[in-house]
Design a protein around this ligand. Structure first.
Ligand code: HEM
Length: 535
């Protein structure tokens, strides 16, 4: 009708249709009725009571009552920006077509628009951005073949390797359902019974667990995906984002000093840099492996608690991302954006990584609940290419996803009456074959401690000190058996690591701590305590 502002977001030019001439700024109801009194309820006498036919008031208040949709169950606190991904047209020094036929990578200089959302994980939508937490790093590529979402984190490994455990893991990290406070006793109760978590914990409780801001952190797809070429041949692939701004992390005291003054510092940092034209950039690098089980490795390549050693599987550059535009409306873009690991384009595929497969169900499932059935019709989520489906209706259906000239009576396929047709195949299908028993079992090559021990030894002295202090602080609120189990797990990673933790726990005199006795029944833990006593 020519009035109002459509917030289109998604980097498209904003449609600022405004009625011409007089009255353009008149306040109206959503029905277009001019509002002559926006200050007073309609009441019987000027002291009330109010009447039920207060249409303007009821509309204003009922819309306000529905202003919030449920926030994300994880990653609720976030900041986002638009940008562009530019391909190098090769992977390292090799032709990229050898590994993937995904069009967005194939030509040097090819540009694909992106939207990125960074986040913290555990606490609510307005929680401090200084908290010790992984940071989400989710990228939506609006490619010529439809959308690709790379939903990653800053850290390159994860706490668990089987999607079955994710709700339990998140419950242990979220506030206690009785006291409504995050509780190290609960977290380490879970983690001490989940030995595969020690590698992630060795990053998370070091300064790597508090990136200084969103610009100066890495990103990683964490899970293993596949690349597929024209012949249908697949390779295993892991994705990494390397910031050109460098990496900067905070120790616990540094984070506390920032939090005392500003709990939005990361959102502010990203927004202000982009407003000033200081656009952050990340290079996308991949690691590749032939598509098999790799029995020669002492870990399973599909295990997301492991790094692929860089000396054997180098990080190969494939393109550069630049973030160059802030959102025009936080809610329409950053809040309503919906990323998912199922959102791949031709030439990219899933691996059998059990976490990845579980995640792929969870994202679109939660988004149909969080945003609504037709969340993909919102401008921030819709592909920038033409969409034509036979899906119809549902809550908030905004338009029909139809092709030009499509017979509107035909919302099914196949049809010989001018309905939608299947696309031509872009290359050979990738057809992995399986011959195994259907069962519920952990993977064979768990190797939970080796890489965590390596990480401990790679940390600088400052990082080691901060890690021990933070672990002692958090684990000391756990019951003694849990403290003992954590010492035992870290001792298996590295004897010095376990000994220093045991020492710290014994000496801890915090207000809510439980004194660590160090006389548990576990052999490795008891040895670490004995060593700690000897020092
Ligand atoms: C967000 C589930 C593991 C990165 C979410 C959301 C769910 C979820 C339900 C909220 C999505 C929304 O409301 O739009 C899961 C499950 C996992 C898992 C079931 C394991 C089985 C991971 C891992 C990573 C990760 C390993 C890192 C690679 C993210 C990110 C977001 C997110 C970055 C926020 C996306 C955004 O900014 O909107 N996850 N997740 N998740 N997850 Fe996961």
């Amino acid at each position: 009708d020519g009035t109002g502002t459509a917030v289109t977001g998604a980097g498209t030019s904003q449609d600022r249709r405004t009625a011409e001439g007089e009255g353009a700024q008149t306040l109206t109801t959503r029905q277009g009725h001019p509002v002559t009194n926006n200050q007073n309820l309609r009441t019987v006498g000027n002291r009330g009571p109010a009447t039920l036919e207060n249409y303007h008031f009821l509309e204003k208040m009922s819309h306000f009552d529905r202003e919030r949709v449920p926030e994300r169950v994880v990653h609720a606190r976030g900041a986002g920006a638009h940008g562009v991904f530019e391909a190098y047209g090769k992977v390292g020094n090799e032709p990229i077509e050898k590994y993937t036929r995904a069009k967005l990578f194939n030509t040097a200089g090819k540009q694909t628009p992106v939207f990125v959302r960074f986040s913290t994980v555990i606490h609510g939508g307005h929680s401090p951005e200084t908290l010790r937490d992984p940071r989400g790093f989710a990228v939506k590529f609006y490619t010529e073949d439809g959308n690709w979402d790379l939903v990653g984190n800053n850290l390159k490994v994860f706490f668990i390797r089987d999607a079955m455990k994710f709700p339990d893991m998140v419950h242990s990290l979220k506030p206690d359902p009785v006291t409504n406070r995050q509780d190290g006793g609960r977290i380490f109760d879970f983690m001490s019974n989940t030995p595969e978590s020690v590698h992630m914990l060795t990053f998370l409780f070091s300064p790597w667990g508090i990136p200084a801001n969103y610009r100066q952190m890495q990103g990683s797809g964490v899970n293993t995906y596949k690349w597929v070429n024209k012949e249908g041949v697949a390779h295993l692939v892991k994705y990494h984002w390397e910031p050109l701004q460098g990496v900067k992390n905070l120790t616990q005291p540094e984070a506390e000093a920032i939090q005392a003054k500003n709990f939005n510092h990361a959102t502010q940092d990203l927004y202000d840099h982009i407003e000033r034209g200081e656009f952050p950039q990340w290079e996308l690098r991949v690691q590749l492996m032939s598509d098999d089980e790799h029995p020669e490795l002492d870990f399973d390549p599909l295990d997301d608690t492991k790094l692929w050693p860089e000396d054997q599987f180098p990080h190969l550059p494939v393109g550069m991302m630049t973030l160059n535009k802030n959102p025009e409306n936080y809610y329409a873009e950053v809040e309503q954006v919906a990323f998912g690991t199922g959102v791949l384009v031709d030439g990219l595929d899933f691996s059998d990584d059990k976490m990845l497969q579980g995640r792929t169900f969870s994202y679109s499932d939660t988004q149909r609940y969080r945003v609504g059935t037709n969340y993909l019709q919102l401008p921030i989520n819709a592909p920038k290419k033409h969409v034509a489906t036979n899906q119809r209706d549902g809550q908030m259906a905004y338009h029909v996803d139809t092709a030009p000239g499509q017979n509107q009576h035909v919302n099914y396929e196949p049809s010989s009456m001018n309905g939608l047709k299947e696309a031509a195949k872009p290359g050979e299908d990738h057809t992995p074959s399986y011959n195994a028993k259907l069962l519920r079992q952990p993977i064979d090559r768990q190797n939970n401690f080796k890489q965590a021990g390596e990480r401990w030894r790679l940390h600088s002295d400052v990082e080691k000190d901060d890690l021990i202090n933070n672990l002692v602080d958090a684990i000391s609120s756990a019951v003694p058996e849990v403290q003992q189990r954590m010492v035992e797990l870290f001792t298996q990673c590295d004897a010095e690591y376990g000994r220093r933790l045991a020492e710290g726990l014994k000496a801890f005199k915090g207000s809510n701590g439980q004194q660590f006795q160090g006389n548990g029944h576990h052999k490795a833990g008891a040895e670490a305590v004995a060593q700690a006593e000897a020092v």
